[in-house]
Write a protein that binds this ligand. Structure first.
Ligand SMILES: [Zn+2]
Ligand SMILES: [Zn+2]
Length: 128
């Protein structure tokens, strides 16, 4: 648990997060692969611990009946995932400032992974 800063590529979305989780979950589901361009790598925090210092680029996409995804409408960065009504939010690890001091946590939806890569053995694999 630590406080860290993050932003999209163009900086139209910038934020800081207290008490952010120190592990990264890799999701190989088809929805994450399409929205992120590969597989989604995200950590997690309570939504109330996320402070937006700039949000003019922030937009939300209703990605399923039960969740939404936050992205920058100016540069296209994929930033957040949040189930409906959840008090937590998944935050893209790639948008965080270095050093994150995070480590690989687990790979999920590994049964849905793309056919063009091999999932690394850096963390447990959970098929679905
Ligand atoms: Zn941006
Ligand atoms: Zn996913």
């Amino acid at each position: 648990m630590q406080t860290i800063q993050g932003r999209c590529e163009c900086a139209a979305v910038a934020f800081e997060v207290a008490h952010i989780r120190d592990t990264v979950t890799f999701c190989h589901c088809s929805q994450c692969r399409r929205t992120s361009g590969h597989y989604w790598a995200a950590t997690r925090a309570d939504f109330s611990d996320v402070i937006f210092t700039k949000d003019i680029g922030l937009a939300w996409y209703r990605s399923s009946p039960t969740s939404r995804r936050g992205f920058c409408k100016l540069c296209g960065s994929s930033l957040f995932y949040q189930p409906n009504g959840a008090n937590h939010i998944a935050i893209a690890a790639g948008c965080l400032d270095l050093p994150t001091q995070m480590r690989a946590g687990k790979h999920i939806y590994t049964a849905d992974c793309g056919d063009y890569y091999t999932i690394p053995d850096d963390a447990p694999h959970i098929p679905d």
